[in-house]
Design a protein around this ligand. Structure first.
Ligand SMILES: Nc1nc2c(ncn2[C@@H]2O[C@H](COP(=O)(O)OP(=O)(O)OP(=O)(O)O)[C@@H](O)[C@H]2O)c(=O)[nH]1
Ligand SMILES: [Mg+2]
Length: 389
């Protein structure tokens, strides 16, 4: 099918990145607790009653991955500036949300603004935390399904409106009908096979079930020794069998939240790091799962990182996979792209072996020059040469 009329013109220059993640799920499953741990704040009220969050909380969160931390340890810069993802803590959804139940319409429109959904699944067993449906039983699969269904129902409504639009090309109407039938089968829009053109077309609607999803099992702190409890293991198995394209990760939001408080208590960085690790070790856990969660999200957004390293700062930068060297330079400053000369690239392994300075790496020939068409690789450590003043 040709949908060329709907194709957006190809933009040149610096590409805008869409990097927001929304915490979505049933009420009282730990979304705000997770938000607070990600932002290392107590910005969001997290309390034991459903619909505690009404207005969304939002903050930018730095992605401290192993590469940026290792580079910082080698280079000892004045500051470390990680790439950031925006995180939204959204109100809980219940059955009927797409028809307005529990202020559902308002909450669903908050989801429309994010690019990836982190669906939080309650897997902790604390019966003192009330369940929105008043039960003590845990059925994460049906809760996950209920939320997914509400998103699909909302999308059906959106798709229906679009189908009725007058004067659109015949092939577009045919496509909307195909999508409408797919959604009516209870299938998420992201699971429909589409051509590139159709994908561009569907993006115009910002459909909720078209957004990539990452499942996040919120389990008991005590379960972290094994990595999972019975509930999260079963849920993971279900996702692996039924939605193998969607990543699933297990963490304990309360453990992460309590540990994140250590990061704000005025000790030196080294002391904080030690205390932080000890906290997780006390629960038999290998450490915080938040960097992994953020990495999964950026991966799922088709993003990768490159790094810059010097005495003033070690930084990481998010770019789309497939970005060329000049476009990557434009991420730092548009003039760097306009006046691009070359990219000089090294790798963390070389810094580990020959660091801590650029001069050392040059001496050992671990510093390669590339032109503007070089396609950036995950983990490149770069210096851009440019003629910008
Ligand atoms: N035992 C236990 N309690 C948790 C865990 N995560 C969250 N809670 C508790 O569950 C309650 C609800 O947590 P919130 O983070 O407010 O949940 P929410 O999903 O944001 O809830 P809404 O905003 O109402 O949708 C709070 O009392 C938390 O302390 C957990 O891993 N274990
Ligand atoms: Mg909340």
């Amino acid at each position: 099918m040709m949908l060329t009329r709907s194709l957006r013109p190809v933009r040149t220059g610096v590409r805008a990145l869409h990097t927001s993640c929304g915490l979505v799920g049933y009420p009282n499953v730990g979304k705000s607790t997770l938000f607070n741990s990600l932002t290392q704040t107590q910005q969001a009220e997290a309390s034991n009653y459903p619909f505690c969050t009404i207005n969304p909380n939002t903050a930018k969160v730095g992605i401290f991955d192993d590469t940026i931390l290792s580079l910082a340890e080698i280079v000892q810069p004045e500051k470390v500036v990680p790439a950031q993802l925006e995180v939204w803590d959204i109100a809980g959804l219940i059955k009927g949300a797409s028809e307005g139940a529990g202020l559902g319409n308002r909450f669903l429109s908050n989801i429309r603004t994010v690019t990836v959904i982190i669906q939080v699944i309650r897997c902790f067993t604390d019966v003192n935390v009330s369940h929105v449906e008043g039960t003590d039983s845990f059925d994460p699969v049906s809760e996950m399904d209920a939320v997914k269904t509400e998103l699909i129902l909302k999308d059906i409504e959106t798709c229906q409106k679009r189908m009725k639009r007058r004067g659109q090309p015949k092939e577009e109407t045919v496509f909307w009908e195909k999508l409408y039938n797919h959604l009516n089968e209870g299938e998420a829009a992201r699971d429909m096979e589409m051509t590139k053109e159709e994908d561009l077309l569907v993006r115009q609607l910002s459909l909720l079930s078209h957004k990539p999803v990452v499942y996040c099992c919120n389990t008991d702190a005590e379960a972290m020794e094994e990595g999972d409890n019975e509930i999260s293991s079963e849920f993971k198995q279900y996702i692996n069998e039924n939605e193998p394209n969607n990543p699933v990760i297990t963490l304990s939001a309360t453990l992460e939240d309590e540990a994140s408080i250590i990061k704000n208590d005025g000790k030196t960085d080294a002391e904080k790091k030690e205390l932080f690790n000890e906290y997780f070790e006390a629960y038999g856990s290998s450490g915080s799962k938040l960097p992994e969660l953020l990495s999964i999200c950026s991966d799922h957004l088709n993003l990768q990182k490159y790094y810059t390293a010097g005495p003033a700062a070690v930084s990481s930068w998010l770019i789309e996979k497939g970005t060329t060297a000049d476009e990557a330079a434009g991420k730092i400053h548009s003039d760097f792209q306009k006046n691009f000369i070359c990219a000089e690239i090294s790798r963390l392994e070389d810094w580990e072996q020959y660091g801590p300075t650029e001069e050392n790496l040059r001496k050992y020939n671990k510093w390669q020059r590339y032109g503007k068409d070089y396609v950036m690789k995950q983990g490149d450590v770069v210096v851009f040469r440019h003629g910008a003043k």
